[in-house]
Structures are given as structure tokens and as C-alpha cells.
Design a protein around this ligand. Structure first.
Ligand SMILES: [Zn+2]
Length: 251
């Protein structure tokens, strides 16, 4: 039997499951596709370009401060607009590399990437994870889920659950309707857009009642989604809600 020609070989490889393909194909950076030493990793250039969020930061919104103002000092945003959640934290600023990782996770069938991103989140949210009793991802509307087959927030929630041992319930919250894309909307429009969009189904109320919930999503943008989802969890009797995302848009 003669060896398969290149196009045939590619066709064969395309049908090989990811894990097996990794044995054959050299591993590439999850953000820029440069060759890397281990599977799932980012290349050193992409790692160095990610702006991980470090203290000092606002104890409520988790936004980084340029200077250490001392313990307990809140950001202007936290004073002017206290959120329904207790604390929000994110691993990185939503810059180029973070955006590419989120995009890969969302649209390119890269559920393996969730582990890498969740590891960074578990560092940024160490205290939140230690304090919570249940991890709940921000849900997609059913139609979106069907289109994509994959909820990136639930993939991050499952990985965080594996890393921390905290239980994860991806069905504890429902998105009742499709919401317009938040891009290009003002803060007020974003709030209108997601108001009443989430609820805890009746059969899950007992699961949520009295729990300290860690709400998980890929990106924190205006906070409108996190706030609407938090309100639904509090209405169902959650004792408190913290929010952990991979990235946040810089304030
Ligand atoms: Zn790279």
C-alpha cells in the first residue's frame, strides 16, 4: 500500500479526534497558533502579553487601581453604583490575547482551552472560590446553545469545579429570552436588554436557597449581565453572589 498523498492525509486527520490528532500534529499556541512545547499552552509571547489583574484593586468590582490606596478603599464606581453581587474578580484585562482565547473557546470547538483559562481564574478568584458553596455559569439562551453546541461559561464552571472541588450546576439558572448583542449599546441600554432575562427554575430553587453562589462567565463587560443574573439568584434565595470571569473590559 502506497502512503497517502498530502490532501488525503489531511482529510484523514480531520476525522481523527482531537486527542489523537495531538499525537500527530505539533501542538500550537491557543491564541496565535505558533508552535509550542506542550498541549493547551500559550506561547511565551502570548503569555507575556496577557495583562493579568493584580492587586491593588477595588474590593467590590475588582477593577485594578493604579496606586495602593489602602485596605477597604472602594472605587468611584462601587460608591456610585453598588452592585447586587458581593464581589467581582477577573483573571485578565480583555486585551488582544484574552479576546483571542475567549473567541477560540466560544467558536472553535476548543473545550480543552477551558482548563487553561479556569486555572488563571482560580488564582484571581482564590478567596471567592474558598467562600462559595456552588458554582453557577451564566447560561446561554437555548437557541444560541443549539447553534454553538457549547456554553463557554459552563465549560469554565466545570473546570473550576474540578480544580476547587466546589459543586457546579449549569442548569441552576435559565436565560428566558435571547438578548441582543451587548456590543454598541450604552450602559442603560445594556441593563434594559438583560432585565428579567434570567430566572432560577422552580425545581432548582431549593438548590440555590441559602447558598453562596459563584457566578461564572467568560467576559465581564458592563456588568449588566452579571447584575441581572445575580438578581435572579438572590430572588431564588441565594445568601450571596460573587462573580468570577476570565477577562474584564478595562474600566
Ligand atoms: Zn501565541
Amino acid at each position: 500500500m502506497s502512503p497517502p498523498r498530502a490532501p488525503e492525509l489531511l482529510r484523514v486527520l480531520a476525522r481523527v479526534p482531537h486527542q489523537l490528532a495531538d499525537v500527530v500534529l505539533p501542538p500550537t499556541c491557543s491564541a496565535c497558533r505558533a508552535a509550542v512545547a506542550d498541549k493547551n499552552a500559550l506561547c511565551s509571547r502570548c503569555w507575556s502579553e496577557i495583562r493579568f489583574i493584580e492587586p491593588p484593586l477595588c474590593p467590590v468590582y475588582g477593577t485594578p487601581f493604579a496606586y495602593d490606596l489602602g485596605e477597604g478603599i472602594l472605587s468611584a464606581e462601587a460608591l456610585a453604583d453598588p452592585p447586587p453581587f458581593r464581589r467581582a474578580r477577573a483573571a485578565a484585562i480583555y486585551g488582544d490575547v484574552a479576546r483571542r482565547l475567549v473567541h477560540q473557546l466560544k467558536y472553535h470547538d476548543r473545550p480543552d482551552l477551558a482548563g487553561v483559562m479556569a486555572t488563571a481564574m482560580s488564582r484571581a478568584g482564590r478567596t471567592l472560590l474558598a467562600d462559595c458553596s456552588l458554582i453557577v455559569p451564566v447560561p446561554l439562551y437555548r437557541w444560541r446553545l443549539w447553534q454553538r453546541r457549547f456554553n463557554q461559561a459552563a465549560a469554565l464552571g466545570a473546570s473550576l469545579s474540578r480544580l476547587s472541588g466546589v459543586p457546579h450546576d449549569p442548569l441552576a439558572l435559565q436565560r428566558l429570552r435571547s438578548t441582543r448583542r451587548q456590543v454598541g449599546l450604552s450602559a442603560l441600554q445594556r441593563e434594559e436588554n438583560v432585565r428579567g432575562a434570567f430566572r432560577v427554575p422552580d425545581e432548582k430553587r431549593a438548590r440555590i436557597s441559602g447558598q453562596t453562589v459563584l457566578l461564572v462567565d467568560d467576559v465581564y463587560t458592563s456588568g449588566a449581565t452579571a447584575k441581572a443574573a445575580t438578581r435572579a439568584l438572590l430572588r431564588a434565595g441565594a445568601a450571596a453572589v460573587d462573580v468570577l470571569t476570565f477577562a474584564r473590559v478595562s474600566a
